[in-house]
Design a protein around this ligand. Sequence first.
Ligand SMILES: O=C(CO)[C@H](O)[C@H](O)COP(=O)(O)O
Length: 227
Amino acid sequence: MAAQISPSILSADFAKLADDVALIADAADWVHVDVMDNHFVPNLTLGLPVVEALLKHSALPLDCHLMIEDPDRWAPQYAEAGAGSVTIHVEAAKAPVRTLRTIRAAGARAGLGINPATPVEPYEDLLGEIDMLLLMTVEPGFGGQRFLDVVLPKVRRAREMIKGRDLPVWLQVDGGVSAETIERCADAGADVFVAGNAVYGSGDPAEAVRALRGKAEHATSGAAWSR
Ligand SMILES: O=C(CO)[C@H](O)[C@H](O)COP(=O)(O)O
């Protein structure tokens, strides 16, 4: 699969989200929406009403990443509202299989998120229940953090698991992804890249997305996992 770029609006201007989303509409594949509740992570961002409003103004599908307690209660509502993808965290979900199935039944892609210190192996049996695995490459909660190289072996392991089962599961990396780090992520097996600061912290967000895509695709074409 070709590399996909999902710019995170965590680094956009919350007072003009629709305008900032329009800036990347012709360049990106998704709009990554970080939903934080100040419980699962120590930060508070936005919730369902803002996602519902944004859906009316975004030409791109929304990739909603729920960093919240009780995702089992809330995730189905994001899917029913029209999100293209809804990701719940293994550290927070109490009934992940049921919730993932409910997300899919509502017509959204189902994602499973994993924090840096959480191993991926215990969740191998859930790969058949998901459309995307999200591996955090920073501790969740804030944009603009330094990329955690220590997660790269887990990206490789996750790609091996997906390939071994021959599943159409996308592998997303989120946190500290930039022009300096995206090639390492692609080489390890990632194919969907969340970038906040690297896109919205640049003078030309659309050009930043194109540059990230070019680097990711170049690295993927030479990567052992893609052959
Ligand atoms: O989930 C997140 C933080 O929890 C953000 O999506 C992520 O950090 C993206 O921002 P940046 O690319 O600036 O690191």
